[in-house]
Design a protein around this ligand. Structure first.
Ligand code: G3D
Length: 172
C-alpha cells in the first residue's frame, strides 16, 4: 500500500444462499468479482463509494456447512451487511437464526449493521417493516442498524445502501 493511503474499511457481506449476494457483487463491482475459492468459499472485492471511501466486501456462503467459517472474517470488520431475499418468507426464520448467530460474536460488538432487503422488484416482496419484525431486530436495542430495500438484479438501491454503510462507519 502506497504512502498516504489508508487501509480501506472492511465490510462483510453475508446472507443465506440464494439471497442475491453474487448478483449484488457482480453489479457493484461491474464484473470484477473474484472467483469463489473452492476451499474457503468466499468472494472478495473492493468498491469505491466515493473518492475517499473504499469498501472491501466479503461474500461468505450461507450454506449450513459454511457458517463456521464466517467467524474467521469478523476481525477488523467495520460494518456488516446482511442480505435477505424479501420474496422468500419461508426462509426468514433461517435468516433470523443466522443473523443472531453472527451478531452474537464478540468481534462484531459495536459494528453497525445494514440489512439489505433484496429482490424488492418481486411483486410478493415483504415490506421492510415485516422483514425487520421477522429478523427480530427489536432484540438488538444497542445495535446501530438500518434496513433498506434493493434489487441487485435491477441495480436499484445499491449505491444508496453503500453510501449509508459508509456513513454508519464514519459515525462510529
Ligand atoms: P447468492 O449469491 O446469495 O447465493 P445469487 O445468490 O446472487 O446467486 O442469486 C440467487 C438467485 O436470485 C438468482 O436467480 C438471481 O438472479 C436472483 N436474484 C438476485 N438478486 C435478485 C433481485 O434483486 N431480484 C430478483 N427478482 N432476483 C434476484 P437464478 O434464477 O439465477 O437462480
Amino acid at each position: 500500500m502506497g504512502q498516504g493511503q489508508t487501509k480501506s474499511p472492511q465490510v462483510i457481506l453475508m446472507g443465506l444462499d440464494n439471497s442475491g449476494k453474487t448478483t449484488f457483487l457482480a453489479r457493484l463491482l461491474t464484473g470484477q468479482v473474484m472467483d469463489t475459492s473452492p476451499t474457503i468459499g468466499f468472494n472478495v472485492g473492493s468498491f469505491n463509494v466515493d473518492k475517499r471511501t473504499s469498501l472491501t466486501i466479503w461474500d461468505i456462503g450461507g450454506q449450513k456447512n459454511m457458517i463456521p467459517n464466517w467467524r474467521y472474517y469478523l476481525d477488523d470488520s467495520k460494518a456488516l451487511v446482511f442480505m435477505v431475499d424479501s420474496s422468500d418468507p419461508s426462509r426468514m426464520r433461517e435468516a433470523q437464526k443466522a443473523l443472531r448467530k453472527v451478531l452474537s460474536d464478540e468481534r462484531l460488538r459495536g459494528v453497525p449493521l445494514m440489512v439489505l432487503a433484496n429482490k424488492a422488484d418481486q411483486p410478493n416482496a415483504m415490506t421492510i417493516q415485516e422483514i425487520s419484525k421477522q429478523l427480530g431486530m427489536s432484540n438488538y436495542p444497542h445495535l446501530q442498524w438500518q434496513i433498506q430495500a434493493c434489487s441487485a438484479l435491477q441495480g436499484v438501491g445499491l449505491r444508496q445502501a453503500f453510501l449509508s454503510v459508509a456513513k454508519l462507519i464514519k459515525k462510529r
